[in-house]
Write a protein that binds this ligand. Structure first.
Ligand code: ATP
Ligand code: MG
Length: 257
């Protein structure tokens, strides 16, 4: 088994001549939490879209777990265990929290809703769904409808429905966006927990979250890789500081110190 679970080579995406992702060579080590950061418009979400095959690259290749996945469809790469958090997490607001996770499990196993499945199979979904809710700290919310959940808890439910797919590698795009402190801390703890035995690629603007979670960080700016390394290394890189200047340079130091 190779050390890298995900590798891109010369990954490039142009939108009508505008280069959103430019010759990116990314290597994500198996079992790590890898951060992808950079100013607004740097190309982070576009990278995610390329990696999960929501967008075809203009050039370059993507290898996942020893295979070339460049030409695959989103559902194929998801079946290989490379899963993005909101990919399947169209949370159904009128279903209960428990039912949402059960539906995700049913989808994963059967690929469709087989309502005629035996009681024992349904019960096994139920107990697995309760385990997953437990993992993300939502046990006490099991019978609430998803629509009634507070915002931060909805993201936890999204993560639970993602975990139902049994991902090998998880891509999270700004999991703490728009959250208050308490929720942020909870999501950080949750990401740490779900990262055990998995690989996580995380896009995140909150640099405190990044410094607390990520083993390796790749900094993108204007579509290109600007720097890479652990938090301390990238945070003191003058080019990185310059790219963040005016917006997040102070936050970067605060998170570091
Ligand atoms: N479908 C598209 N068509 C044209 N331009 C696009 C498209 N998607 C993204 N872009 C452009 O590509 C650039 C990178 O966008 P992207 O969303 O990947 O940035 P980001 O790093 O995720 O930013 P943010 O931190 O704001 O989420 C931006 O200039 C954006 O306007
Ligand atoms: Mg984005």
């Amino acid at each position: 088994m190779s050390d890298a679970i995900l590798e891109t080579s010369g990954l490039t995406k142009e939108f009508r001549g505008f280069v959103a992702v430019n010759d990116v060579n990314l290597s994500v080590k198996r079992g790590t939490i890898h951060g992808l950061i950079g100013p607004n418009g740097a190309g982070k979400t576009t990278c995610f879209n390329l990696l999960t095959k929501f967008l075809p690259p203009t050039r370059g290749t993507i290898r996942y777990d020893g295979r070339d996945i460049t030409g695959m469809k989103p559902a194929q790469v998801a079946r290989l265990g490379l899963v993005r958090s909101f990919q399947i997490s169209a949370v159904f607001p009128h279903l209960s929290v428990l039912e949402n996770v059960r539906v995700a499990l049913q989808r994963q196993r059967g690929g469709s809703f087989d309502f005629w499945r035996s009681d024992s199979i349904l019960r096994s979904y139920d107990s697995r769904a309760r385990e997953l809710l437990d993992d993300v700290g939502l046990s006490t919310y099991a019978n609430l409808t998803a629509g009634e959940l507070p915002y931060g808890r909805k993201r936890a439910l999204e993560i639970a429905t993602t975990l139902a797919l049994d991902p090998v590698m998880l891509l999270l795009d700004e999991p703490t966006a728009g959250m208050a402190h308490d929720d942020v801390d909870r999501i950080v703890a949750l990401v740490k927990r779900v990262a055990v035995g998995r690989t996580v690629l995380l896009v995140e603007h909150n640099l405190k979250v990044v410094s607390g979670l990520c083993d390796t960080i790749t900094v993108l700016a204007r579509g290109s890789v600007l720097a890479e390394g652990d938090y301390a290394t990238v945070a003191r890189n003058p080019e990185v500081i310059a790219a963040y200047l005016g917006s997040e340079a102070p936050a970067m130091e605060a998170a570091h110190g």
